[in-house]
Design a protein around this ligand. Sequence first.
Ligand SMILES: [Zn+2]
Length: 300
Amino acid sequence: MKGKNDCKIVQDLLPNYIDNLTSEETSDFIKNHLAHCNNCNEIYNKMNLKLKDNTEKSTNKEINFFKKYNKRLFLLKLIIVIILILFITFTARKMVIISNLSSKAENIINSDNYHSIEYGYNYGQYQKTEKYQMGDKIKLILSNINNENFETITIYTKEKISEDNYGSRYLANIYVKNNQGQTAYLNQNIGIMVELQDVLQTENIWELFKNSIISSITSTKINGKSCYFISNFNGYNNFYPAGVYIDKEIGMPLSAVSYEMDTLDGTKTYETPKEFLYEFNTVKEDDFIEPNIEEYKINN
Ligand SMILES: [Zn+2]
């Protein structure tokens, strides 16, 4: 029996019916009613259309959201790629600079005629190491000066006795000048550890890569000479991790600081830099003329 009551019930149930939430029996009842009631059928059609429309709108919203999201994801990927390219470029640049300087130094340290000076001033003590080398002949001058004392040790090699991985041993005459006077030690068997060093040497390409990442390199000048200031470089030959100025032309250190130090007020400071000087192919026979032995007390 159809009546106004049926219509009310059906119209109340329509939203659930469209969403397939009604039971089988109720659905059959509604279907049956809609087939015979134009009024309810019209309402059903309108409701159905509106709902479909809403679903489409929200689907479009979702699509728009994903489009925006994809755009952002693309930008993020682009930024990551750019950062990676910059990182690789900077690291590669440092690797090239370090290996170029290192190979220049490798050539220099094999020189058989050079004069080198290393000096520094620390804790009131002035220290200077000067070396003349011509073939197997060496003159080494070690000076140490402070307020109360001075000492200069000059070593002349006479002949090379042995050579191994740890260095060379020589027969040498040693002349010592200090506050107490002048003493000579003749025909001593000694090792000489002072050598030119390639401070940027690395064991392998992996060590070079690691050091290139962590080290910082800036181009600068010292006493008119073009050089690189390199800090945080931990090569096994580099005694100056706090920072070393490397001559661009020869790959050798010009100035260097070994350590950062804490001062009493808590700030950081560097020790006074060591300075280096080099001359190549200037050493002559005259540089190896020994002092007048009569001025020295002989001590064998
Ligand atoms: Zn009806």
